[in-house]
Write a protein that binds this ligand. Sequence first.
Ligand code: DGP
Length: 113
Amino acid sequence: MDNCLFCKIIKGDIPSTKVYEDDKTYAFRDIAPMAPTHVLVVPKAHVSGMNTIDELDDATLSACLRACCKVAELEGLTGGFRTVSNCGDDACQSVQHLHFHVLGGKKLSEKMD
Ligand code: DGP
C-alpha cells in the first residue's frame, strides 16, 4: 500500500529500530513507548486491522503471534508481557495496518481500558 506508514517502515523508506524480522513479519520499537519495552509486530502483507483479518493467510497470522513471543524472549520479558491489537475508532487505532503492541518490562496496569 503506497500510502501506508507501516508499509513504508517495512520497506525501509521510513527509519525504524528493528527488534525482529522474518519472512512474514517485522517488529520495531514504538515511537511513543508506554512501557520500558514497547514493540510493534506487523505482518509484511498489508491488512488494515483485526476487522479485516480474513484477508490474511493463516501462516502469516500465526507468524505474527509467534513473532510477539519471540520479541518478548529477545527483550528478556521473563516476568510477563501484554499483547494488544487496537481495532477501529473505539479502540483508538491510529495506523490502519494490522499491528500487535508488545508491552513489558514493568508491572503493567490491571486496567484494560
Ligand atoms: P495504534 O494507536 O494501536 O494504531 O498504534 C499505533 C502506534 O504506532 C502508536 O503506538 C505509535 C506508533 N507509531 C506511529 N507512527 C510511528 C512511526 O513513524 N514510527 C514508529 N516506530 N512508531 C510509530
